[in-house]
Design a binder for this molecule. Sequence first.
Ligand code: HEM
Ligand SMILES: *[C@@H]1O[C@H](CO)[C@@H](O)[C@H](O)[C@H]1NC(C)=O
Ligand SMILES: *[C@@H]1O[C@H](CO)[C@@H](O)[C@H](O)[C@H]1NC(C)=O
Length: 362
Amino acid sequence: MAFKSILSLVALAVAASAAPAAPSAVCSQGRLAKNAACCKWFDVLDDIQTNLFDGGECGEEVHESLRLTFHDAIGFSESAVREGKFGGGGADGSIMAFAEIETNFHANNGVDEIVEAQRPFAIKHGVSFGDFIQFAGAVGVSNCLGGPRLQFLAGRSNISRPAPDLTVPEPSDATNTIFARMGDAGFSPNEVVDLLVSHTVAAQDHVDPTIPGTPFDSTPSTFDAQFFVETLLTGDLFPGNGSNVGEVLSPLHGEFRLQSDFEIARDARTACEWQSFLTNHDLMVAKFTAAMAKLAILGHSARELVDCSEVIPVPKPAAVKVASFPAGKSRANVQAACRATPFPTLSTQPGPATSVAPVPPS
Ligand code: HEM
Ligand SMILES: *[C@@H]1O[C@H](CO)[C@@H](O)[C@H](O)[C@H]1NC(C)=O
Ligand SMILES: *[C@@H]1O[C@H](CO)[C@@H](O)[C@H](O)[C@H]1NC(C)=O
């Protein structure tokens, strides 16, 4: 190669690294965006952090907003697309536009509250329901200590059709059923685990309505790996019979375990992905971020949307990056299911066993 063209390559590389993405728009409070179309999202951000998320908390509203990103987007079917049928429009806001239909589906039990809480914000700011739902989830989870900074692409159409019933998995579904449904939306079993990282900032209200706010791990406001170790602990069988027969409860008082999480944690197809997050927070965040980027644009093409990711706040890091056994628990209480990799050495939290506090209602 001629010396001159090497020089110009170097010059190009320097120019590119010095100004990879020069912001072209100055938005409110001097904040910068690459695309002027993103500016309005800073105003949505300010509004929801103050008026929806109680000043930037990682509480009930955030948990519900994150859940809603899934329940809207998973209304999508690759097999329907192949057959030229309508199987749902994906992340299209239909769960808000047609709330009277979709929130009556059994698997959507309880999402009506956050749909109604979010809707006025979307209307006030003139943004599409599909965009708003994904934005609120991304902003919300950035409030959780150690949380991800999710991608946010804007520009989904506000026009949608109601998704059909039975696209959202249920905790009582067999693992094969869940993997088949998720596979039909484009997710591998390991990517289902990656999405289930969300259950580290989660609680139940409606599976057992007598104990609302019961979290899935001991740290429901922290985006950590406690969910992944606590779901692997041996538990007690559900006392009684009926639909809960065979269900294994969390051994931690005040903690709720979904049957689907119990099974996916122990399934040969997914146990190693599950275990891999215990000692690798960066990996857990990276896998979740990648899977959420896919989820958020189901039914869309990234090329048709505008990247406004700079609007999503940078989360505060978690103090603890490796999971530990709750007080009183040890390796002897673990049902390790990954055959390829030994279970990692984890420390045990000091002190007597404590009860997990419920997530307060907002
Ligand atoms: C794959 C199968 C999944 C099943 C069977 C499932 C099931 C459930 C159930 C039954 C609840 C409790 C709801 C209630 O009683 O209020 C719940 C909560 C939650 N789920 Fe999932 N989920 C799945 C995947 C996901 C995904 C992919 C996400 C997000 C990306 C997600 C995010 C959440 C969050 C954040 C909560 C907590 C809501 C709150 O605390 O108010 N889930 N999930
Ligand atoms: C989106 O559609 C809903 C009706 O489903 C409407 O109330 C809302 O104003 C629309 N938003 C925009 C930005 O067009
Ligand atoms: C199931 O539980 C109910 C009450 O909880 C009891 O009356 C019934 O006999 C039980 N059935 C079986 C098969 O154990």
